[in-house]
Design a protein around this ligand. Structure first.
Ligand SMILES: NC(=O)c1ccc[n+]([C@@H]2O[C@H](COP(=O)([O-])OP(=O)(O)OC[C@H]3O[C@@H](n4cnc5c(N)ncnc54)[C@H](O)[C@@H]3O)[C@@H](O)[C@H]2O)c1
Length: 271
């Protein structure tokens, strides 16, 4: 089997819905046990229950990745309950502070909170887990960046910049950890209809978009128009698509891949 993760344990941040849920289930389908960590405890518990229904062990954690103590507590609890952490998926991310879709331009809070979650949260979770991986001389870290990190954005520059930083951090971290046989890679998802994109759609419906004439269109219709107008494959991505690549990168089959950022975006970006 490609991407056999039998006996492995994964910690996934932002696991409670959207892409994080898709990654958690894809890893479990390949045999991994999952520590499902999310700001929203109830969603983490629901995903942990889904993992268990697939026949794997699971543990839900309420975690705020911007709070080092919260992450450290979840990591030590996960180690106690599941015995080890072989795979860390840094997926938790935000598009801005609350109410971003009502603003024409990003505020100081949008910049600050987006960097706290998308960059510092990723760095702190990695720092919290990597000591354990170094001790064992193996590990897989997968950072969820975005195609937004491949190209600047006039509308959400704070988000694009945070995702470019996530790609750069992936390279630095891969170089720091290579000697310990820990790989670090990024996945750059394209366009997925998750609660995050629902917020982007509301914003573009109000303020328009540089990519396409979409002002005034209802959310889902606007999303489909952007997929049609900007994506060569003309097909939206799904959390399962991202989960399958995460499962491969987490497996022994990907042991010689590190420091890479891989687009799963129907051909929007080819760099
Ligand atoms: N949806 C897309 O089209 C798309 C495209 C490219 C990249 N991404 C990235 O994929 C990741 C997941 O996105 P999504 O679309 O599933 O978003 P989402 O908003 O549906 O889910 C994000 C999850 O992260 C959790 N979270 C937010 N802040 C947190 C914190 N401080 N601590 C712990 N958990 C926190 C949320 O509770 C939520 O469960 C993000 O990093 C996002 O930037 C999404």
């Amino acid at each position: 089997m490609i991407a056999d993760l039998s006996g492995r344990v994964a910690l996934v941040t932002g696991a409670g819905r959207g892409i994080g849920r898709g990654i958690s289930l894809a890893l479990a389908e390949q045999g991994a046990d999952v520590a499902a960590a999310d700001l929203i405890a109830e969603n983490a518990a629901d995903v942990a229950a889904e993992v268990e229904r697939l026949g794997r062990r699971a543990a839900p954690f309420q975690v705020d990745v911007t709070d080092r103590q919260s992450i450290d507590a979840a990591v030590s609890d996960a180690l106690e309950r599941l015995g080890r952490i072989d795979i860390l998926v840094n997926n938790a991310g935000i598009i801005g502070a609350g109410g971003i879709w009502e603003r024409g331009a990003p505020s100081d809070e949008d910049w600050q909170q987006t960097f706290e979650v998308n960059v510092r949260g990723m760095v702190m979770a990695s720092e919290s887990v990597q000591g354990h991986m170094i001790e064992r001389g193996s590990g897989r870290i997968i950072n969820i960046a975005s195609i937004a990190g491949r190209q600047g954005s006039p509308e959400i520059p704070h988000y694009s910049t945070s995702k470019a930083a996530a790609i750069s951090w992936t390279q630095s971290s891969a170089l720091q950890l290579a000697a310990h046989r820990i790989t670090v890679n990024a996945i750059c998802p394209g366009l997925l209809w998750t609660p995050m994109w629902e917020a982007i759609a509301r914003r573009r419906s109000t303020f328009g978009s540089s990519q396409s004439e979409v002002r005034g269109l209802p959310g889902r219709e606007l999303f489909e128009r952007i997929v049609h107008d900007t994506m060569p494959m003309r097909r939206e991505q799904t959390p399962e698509d991202i989960g399958k690549l995460a499962a491969f990168l987490a497996s022994d089959d990907a042991k010689n891949i590190t420091g890479q950022a891989i687009n799963v975006d129907g051909g929007i970006r080819m760099n």
